[in-house]
Each structure stands twice: as structure tokens, then as C-alpha cells.
Design a protein. Structure first.
Lengths: 428, 255
């Protein structure tokens, strides 16, 4: 082998170095490409959901002048009298008067179908809110049915041949008349947030599911946090090291990987069939989700406890703190940010869970908003799943809107986790 | 010269980590109000022995000991002894400064608070001030008692730890290489402090620095491989060691 001179060595080294720099740049480019792809896919997904959800944010109303001819006891109708009125007939008559040429029974039914089933509620509410005498004319904005709503929003194209859309030419011509009379308006769809579930998409809202989710999360938090933290403290700080505690440790780690539907089956067998916890209630759902969240909390808490430096424990023991004081005065406060983060992430995971709730009856059509943890309830992801299964086209937008609400709920929870971690983070 | 009172008496102490024996038949008498230095190469068991005096080894999994250690003629391993109370009588300062991530005030006040040593806030304030003064830190921190303790320099942190230890009014101070993480200036300050502290406390110090042992201790114990090789007046051990292993270590031939 020939001996190289110093300058030759230097040249070799430089040649080699150039190659190293090149591969470094290449590697960096791959990484950037990966991140960009991920962001692009995410943006695509999000924008498609937002685009689909947009129609659900507004609702179309039809303004009609309504008049009651029933006699009243006093000068004005009382609430009771108004509630006894056959509103369906009042509303239908108003439509028939607007289109006197419609006489055939089938056509009349089609005409009435322009309005939502919820139109009568809107009329009653408007009459209740005002003092009305017999014969007074009250103009009421009433929601239209979901198909008409989609025609107005342009989701259903009215220029298509009749055979390719679900709304007939006849209906479209009536709609055009009503539009020409400036009776059709669009307004912000607050019903999405103020209503419970409904078979009619234009009346379906997520209030019930949202409140159900909150109750369920409350139960999950109350059940899993104390048990999780206590179990983690015992395993990490107090338990003797032996085969039994080793086995518990391994099993907790395995529990985190158990498919969530198994927890649902367990909940069905134990909570409902054995303990007779009410089916479909936030209580049983929350307990099932607590089972699912426990391993996450225990693992996060143990990691947080383990990351507290031993020197702090020794210092506390050294001045005569009892083992309990070492934990409560020093270890827990220092581990708190980690515990909080783990808990909130566990809860966020649980809030997005559908499968285990299927087994305990929370995947149910429930119109009323739950008032406590034992009333019938459903949760956001279950609501999304059920809406997605509905055949009415208008549910598509509602589903996407509900997804957005669930996403913002989760984003909010994760935001809290980050905020708390930053706030309580301490250095030593 | 009056022979000093024996504060701690250790007889035939054996310590095991699991099946590993770390100390073999160690017997020493630690005199009151003096500084006793434990020297020896790494892994010789001197820190293990130090931690026997306040039973810090209890917390270590698989560690057990036999033999007898008595403080003021009272066996500290007897079942009548409460470890928490024992540790209140024996302060400890560790190798690396380890203040709590709390304010300087709370660091010092923590011990008195958990032991209920003071009745009211002004007593506690006074105790914190005295402790910080004795640790020679008062003048440096009196204006920022509520600042976080870990914001101090390494030497200040170590003096804060000493203040924290003496705030619970112990009789004995155990120091496990208290200067090994400090620069020479901070070391000099601490050494001076230790010399003052021995008026009030019986001090046992583990050190790697033979010069330090020679400078500040009255008694020196030399450990090797878990055995106490030599124990005596510091002057004798350094100038006229009886054992040739000690001589080799002190003169820098081994260790």
C-alpha cells in the first residue's frame, strides 16, 4: 500500500465530506417531504369535512301569514288554547290558500311536504311569544323540509331533468313562486346546537349527544382518575418487588392494548347484567370508558412519578419526611403535569370511542337531552355514526358538522392538556 | 486532653445488597462535636456505612444489615426506634446539591413545618434566618427568600441544603461528599463552614479528597473493599499510618 501525503489525505477527506453533506441534505429532504405529505393529507381531509358541513350551518325558512279563527275565552289566546290548536291544519291551509290551483289530494300532500314537520312547532312558538287575538294575522318563519333546503342551497341542482333529482318539477315551480314573493330566507341554523336528535335532518341537533358526552366524561374522570393515580402510586412507590406485582404490571400494559369492544362486552356483562346499572346511561358508558382509560392513566402516572429525580426523595427522607409526606409533598406535585397530561389524553381518547358504547346501549336514537348520569343518552361519536347511516341526503352535512364539533371538542381538551403542562412544569 | 464523648457506636456492622456483602465487620466509635472523615477508593463502602446512621439504606430494595449501631447508647435499629424521628435527629447533606424545587424559604422551612417545631410564622421566620446564618448563606439570600432554591449557584445550593438539614435541629450531620460537585472557592467556603458547625453538631463526612480530610477532620477512617482498615486521629492516620494499605492510598500509590 502506498503512503498518501498529507495533501492527498486532505483531498480524500474533502471528497468524502461532500458525499456526507449530500446524503445529509437528501435525508432532510425526505423528512420534509414526509411532513408535507402528512400535513397535506390532513388539510385535504379537514377541508373536505368543512366543505361538506357548510350547508348544515344555515337553514332555509318559509314565511307564511297564519291566522287563527278559533274563539278565545279572553281577549287573547291562552297558552293552553294555543297548544290545543291543530297547527298542521292551520299551516296546511295557509299553503293551500297561497296556491288555490292545487286541488288534487296527492298534489296537496306534496305541497304541504315543502314545510318541515317542525314547522308547526315554529308557528306555536311564535304565537306563544306574542299576544294574539282571534283573527290576527301573524307572519311566521317556518323551517322547510330537508330536500327543499338542499334545493335552495344548490346542493340539489334544480336544472337537472326531473328523473335525476328527488324533488319534482311541480314542487320546484311552487318553490320558485315562493322565492319570487320573498318568502324564502336562509338563517343561521341554531337548531344544530339547540335540538336533540330527530328523524328529520332539518330538525336534528347534537345538543343531546354533546350533553351526553359531557356527563359520560364526568363519570369517566371521576371513576378513573382516583383509581388510576392510587394504583400508579402503589405500584411505583409502595409495592414490594415480587412476582405478583410484576404480573400486575405486565397485565396493566397489556390492558392498554385490549380492543375497546372487549371493554364494552365486559361492561354489558358486569355493570348492566350483574350490577343492574341502567342501560344507555352516561353512568354505564362512563364506567366502561373508565376501564378503558385506566391503563393510560396508570402508565402515564407511573412514568411521571418515575421521572421525579431520586435526589428529591432522598432530600425529603433526609429531613425526616415520612414516606407518605415524600409522596404528597414532593413527588406528586412534581409529577402533576405529567399525570394531568396523561389523564386528559386518556379522556380525549375515550371521548372519541364508539365501539365499547355499542355494547351498553349508548348507540341509540334518543331525542331528549340527558339531565343526569342515569338518564338515557348517546354520545358524539355514536351520534355521528348513526347520522352517517341515515339515508336522507341532508344528514351528510349534519354528520360532517358533528364531526367538526367532536374534533373541536378533542382539540379543546388537548389544548387544556398542553396549557396545564406548560403552567405547572417545574425544573429542578 | 480530655477524651471526647462517644456519640455514635458501631459494632460489627455487616451490610448486604442482596447477596453482595458491602461492609465487613465494621466497628467505630464516633466522637461528639468532632468531624470524622471517611476516606477510601470508590466502592469501598464508606457511603454505605454513612447511610447506615440515618437508616437511608432501608429505602433501598434488597439491602439489609446486621450488627449494632447506637447513638447516645440507643440502638437505632431496634424496633422501638421511629425512623422518621431518627432522621429528624440526623441531618444529611448529599453529594449533589438537591434543593426542593421550591423557594429558598420553603426549602429551609420544610423540615420544621413537618415536625411542628414552631408555633407561629415569626418563630418560623426566625428559625429560617438562624439556619441560613449558620449555613453562611443569609447575607447572600436575605433579599430573595422567595426565589426558587434551584436558581442559586452550586455552592449556594449546597449551603442551602446544609441550612435545610440544620433547621430541624439535629445532633448529627452526615455529609456524603458535599464538595465533590463544587469548584475550589465554594469548597473552601463549605469547609470553613463545617469547621464552625462542629461546635454544635457531630459531623461525619465522606470525602474523596484526602487534603480535605486532612484539613478539616479530627478523626479519619480509611475503608478498603468494605473493610475498615484504619481509624484514628487524623494527624496520626496521615503522618504515621499503621497499616501499609492506608499508607499506599494516602501517598497516592493506589486508589
Amino acid at each position: 500500500m502506498t503512503e498518501l501525503s498529507t495533501s492527498q489525505y486532505q483531498r480524500e477527506r474533502r471528497r468524502h465530506l461532500a458525499g456526507r453533506h449530500r446524503s445529509e441534505k437528501r435525508f432532510k429532504a425526505y423528512c420534509i417531504a414526509a411532513v408535507t405529505t402528512a400535513i397535506a393529507v390532513l388539510m385535504l381531509l379537514l377541508s373536505s369535512i368543512i366543505y361538506t358541513a357548510l350547508p348544515a350551518l344555515t337553514e332555509t325558512t318559509l314565511r307564511m301569514e297564519l291566522q287563527l279563527d278559533e274563539p278565545a275565552q279572553g281577549m287573547f289566546y291562552t297558552v293552553e288554547e294555543l297548544e290545543n290548536v291543530n297547527w298542521r291544519r292551520v299551516v296546511s291551509n295557509a299553503l293551500y290558500e297561497t296556491f288555490p290551483e292545487v286541488t288534487a289530494r296527492r298534489e296537496k300532500r306534496e305541497l304541504v311536504a315543502i314545510l318541515s314537520l317542525g314547522a308547526t312547532d315554529a308557528a306555536l312558538a311564535k304565537f306563544k311569544a306574542n299576544a294574539v287575538r282571534p283573527g290576527d294575522v301573524v307572519s311566521v318563519d317556518m323551517p322547510v323540509s330537508d330536500d327543499i333546503d338542499l334545493v335552495v342551497k344548490g346542493v340539489i341542482n334544480r336544472n337537472l331533468p326531473e328523473s335525476e333529482r328527488i324533488v319534482s318539477d311541480r314542487t320546484i315551480s311552487w318553490l320558485s313562486v315562493l322565492e319570487a314573493e320573498n318568502r324564502i330566507e336562509r338563517r343561521l341554523a341554531l337548531t344544530l346546537f339547540t335540538n336533540g336528535d330527530s328523524r328529520e335532518p332539518e330538525m336534528a341537533g347534537i345538543k343531546g349527544a354533546l350533553v351526553g358526552t359531557l356527563w359520560t366524561m364526568l363519570v369517566t374522570l371521576a371513576a378513573s382518575l382516583p383509581i388510576g393515580i392510587m394504583a400508579a402510586i402503589y405500584l411505583q412507590e409502595l409495592a414490594p418487588k415480587n412476582r405478583f406485582t410484576d404480573m400486575i404490571e405486565v397485565n396493566i400494559s397489556n390492558l392498554a392494548a385490549v380492543p375497546s369492544i372487549v371493554f364494552g362486552l365486559l361492561g354489558l356483562a358486569v355493570f348492566i347484567n350483574f350490577f343492574h346499572v341502567p342501560r344507555s346511561s352516561p353512568l354505564v358508558g362512563g364506567l366502561v370508558l373508565a376501564l378503558m382509560t385506566l391503563p393510560t392513566i396508570i402508565i402515564a402516572t407511573r412514568a411521571a412519578l418515575a421521572s421525579v429525580p431520586p435526589s428529591i426523595r432522598e432530600a425529603a427522607l433526609g429531613v425526616g419526611a415520612s414516606p407518605l409526606q415524600v409522596i404528597t409533598h414532593h413527588v406528586l406535585p412534581l409529577a402533576a403535569p405529567g399525570i394531568l397530561t396523561g389523564t386528559i389524553i386518556g379522556l380525549a381518547q375515550a371521548a372519541g370511542e364508539t365501539a365499547p358504547l355499542l355494547m351498553v346501549g349508548m348507540m341509540a336514537f334518543i331525542v331528549d337531552t340527558p339531565t343526569d348520569i342515569t338518564s338515557k343518552a348517546t354520545v358524539l361519536p355514536a351520534q355521528i355514526f348513526m347520522w352517517a347511516n341515515n339515508p336522507e341526503r341532508a344528514f351528510l352535512a349534519r354528520t360532517s358538522a358533528a364531526i367538526l364539533i367532536l374534533l373541536s371538542f378533542l382539540l379543546f381538551m388537548n389544548g387544556i392538556a398542553i396549557y396545564l403542562r406548560k403552567k405547572f412544569e417545574r425544573r429542578w | 486532653m480530655l477524651s471526647p464523648v462517644t456519640k455514635i457506636q458501631a459494632e460489627n456492622v455487616n451490610v448486604f445488597y442482596g447477596t453482595n456483602q458491602a461492609l465487613y465487620d465494621v466497628s467505630v466509635d464516633i466522637p461528639q462535636n468532632q468531624v470524622t472523615a471517611f476516606i477510601g477508593p470508590s466502592g469501598c463502602g464508606k457511603s454505605t456505612f454513612l447511610r447506615c446512621f440515618n437508616r437511608m439504606n432501608d429505602a433501598i430494595e434488597g439491602c439489609h444489615m446486621n450488627g449494632r449501631i447506637a447513638i447516645d447508647s440507643e440502638d437505632i435499629y431496634s424496633s422501638a426506634i421511629d425512623v422518621v424521628e431518627l432522621r429528624a435527629r440526623i441531618g444529611m447533606v448529599f453529594q449533589k446539591p438537591n434543593p426542593f424545587p421550591k423557594s429558598i424559604y420553603d426549602n429551609v422551612a420544610y423540615g420544621p413545618r413537618i415536625h411542628g417545631l414552631t408555633q407561629n410564622k415569626s418563630d418560623l421566620d426566625a428559625l429560617v434566618e438562624t439556619s441560613l446564618r449558620r449555613a453562611g448563606l443569609w447575607n447572600e439570600v436575605k433579599d430573595r427568600l422567595l426565589a426558587i432554591g434551584s436558581g442559586l449557584s452550586g455552592g449556594q445550593q449546597q449551603r442551602l441544603c446544609i441550612a435545610r438539614a440544620i433547621a430541624v435541629n439535629p445532633d448529627i450531620l452526615l455529609m456524603d461528599e458535599p464538595c465533590s460537585a463544587l469548584d475550589p472557592i465554594a469548597t473552601a467556603i463549605i469547609e470553613e463552614l463545617i469547621d464552625e458547625l462542629r461546635q454544635r453538631y457531630t459531623i461525619i463526612m465522606v470525602t474523596h479528597s484526602m487534603q480535605q480530610a486532612a484539613r478539616i477532620s479530627q478523626k479519619t477512617a480509611y475503608f478498603h473493599m468494605g473493610k475498615l482498615i484504619e481509624f484514628g486521629e487524623t494527624g496520626d492516620v496521615f503522618t504515621n499510618p499503621k497499616n501499609e494499605q492506608t499508607e499506599a492510598y494516602i501517598s497516592g500509590k493506589i486508589g
